[in-house]
Design a protein around this ligand. Structure first.
Ligand code: PDD
Length: 274
């Protein structure tokens, strides 16, 4: 199993990075998770646009275009599987630990490929809890610094829930590692893009598929009470696709089963992926 590190393809066990890498010492880097279905990268251009926004957000430049990235990822993919590329770029090695940027920066670029496994219990839906959003104010940057996200996700797991839905000033924002959708009065609603959420590619795809299918949808803020009384609630991400939330904080959402709009969008997504 080969991985990509700074221009080379190596076995995973031989890929090594200095302990002085700023990714290790400071979490000073960004990442992407790019699905590939049957060996073909899904919405690569969109992922690279988001990557470049994340890089700009941390004042880092990497001189690769979409075609360069495509060429870097292709040898990591195998044809018959659903996989994803994990790409991580850090500000690289610096000779001493100092918060300020080093004078010369050679970013560390790492990519590996993993299998996307069908989410267990997808057809039954998942349980979720709501938690205060303890993250920072630049959530639109896909930063590798994920301490708040992992603590939030683990609190959900500790309570036998698959996701934590984050609340800020009485409004639901997104999941610890997913975007959020609700069906309210027959309308599909997702919070608007801002510095408070990661602009998910799956989110964009869902909005496109729903509009094309004539499902009323819009980007709007969602109050916590609105979510609790919604007909349907979903979370969406590249690795878990669309999951219906059937129980929130121990109480059923809608009928307590994945709803018809979720079923329709999941069908549309499965077709679109191919
Ligand atoms: N996370 N919001 C957050 C905070 C996320 O971490 C993610 C994805 C999303 C969904 O984005 P997308 O549809 O582009 O995957 C939203 C990835 C999968 C991860 O951290 O592994």
């Amino acid at each position: 199993e080969l991985v990509y590190l700074n221009g080379d393809y190596l076995p995973l066990t031989e890929a090594k990075v200095s302990v002085l890498d700023r990714g290790f010492l400071f979490g000073d880097g960004v990442y992407e998770v790019i699905p590939a279905y049957g060996g073909k990268l899904f919405r690569l251009e969109d992922h690279i646009v988001r990557l470049n926004n994340s890089l700009a957000g941390i004042r880092l430049t990497v001189p690769h275009g979409v075609a360069d990235w495509q060429a870097i990822f292709q040898p990591l993919l195998s044809a018959g599987k659903d996989q994803y590329i994990y790409l991580q770029i850090t500000r690289g090695y610096a000779p001493t630990r100092d918060h300020g940027f080093p004078e010369t920066v050679v970013p560390t670029v790492f990519a590996m490929c993993s299998e996307i496994k069908p989410f267990p219990g997808k057809s039954a839906g998942i349980k979720a809890i709501t938690l205060d959003d303890t993250r920072w104010q630049l959530c639109n940057i896909k930063a590798i610094t994920l301490l708040a996200n992992i603590l939030l996700r683990q609190q959900a797991l500790d309570r036998d829930c698959a996701e934590a839905i984050l609340v800020k000033n009485g409004y639901v924002i997104e999941g610890a590692a997913s975007n959020l959708f609700a069906v309210i009065d027959g309308e599909l609603i997702t919070p608007p893009k801002s510095n408070e959420i990661l602009p998910g590619i799956t989110r964009d795809v869902i909005l496109e598929l729903a509009s094309a299918d004539g499902i009323p949808c819009r980007e709007d803020i969602i109050a916590l009470e609105g979510l609790q009384t919604a007909e349907e609630v979903w979370v969406a991400s590249s690795t878990r696709e669309i999951l219906a939330v059937v129980e929130l904080d121990g109480k059923p959402i809608g009928t307590g089963k994945p709803g018809p709009v979720w079923q329709r969008l999941d069908d549309l997504l499965q077709t679109y992926k191919k």
